[in-house]
Write a protein that binds this ligand. Structure first.
Ligand SMILES: [Zn+2]
Length: 115
């Protein structure tokens, strides 16, 4: 998994790699873990707002929607790659919350982009 991600970073645009390094090095990634289900997702603080990321699967940023899902040009955006690298480097902050908080946290993160 790790090897795969480091390899694929080469395919990201230079600007995205710079942003990836910034979010990893500045510890701008938070993992939200909900109990008792154990469900989790990440929030990456980007330059244009916070993005919700489901590890290895999904990111809510425009790059993921356009270049990954629609065009199929890449397997992931820089946020998804950043989560993998930050996990490897132990640069992820973790917040443990109750299952009943999932909806409010998701709404809070995504609402910023729909004002
Ligand atoms: Zn993204």
């Amino acid at each position: 998994m790790r090897e795969r991600y480091y390899k694929l970073i080469e395919k990201l645009p230079k600007e995205s790699v710079r942003k990836l390094e910034r979010v990893v090095n500045s510890s701008l990634i938070t993992k939200y873990v909900f109990q008792p289900s154990g469900l989790s997702f990440y929030v990456v603080k980007g330059e244009r707002g916070d993005y919700l990321v489901i590890r290895g699967k999904y990111c809510m940023c425009p790059d993921f929607t356009i270049n990954v899902l629609l065009r199929g040009e890449r397997a992931f955006c820089y946020h998804l790659a950043a989560v993998e690298i930050a996990e490897d480097l132990k640069k992820v902050k973790t917040k443990v919350l109750s299952d009943c908080d999932i909806e409010s946290v998701v709404k809070k993160v995504i609402s910023v982009h729909f004002r």
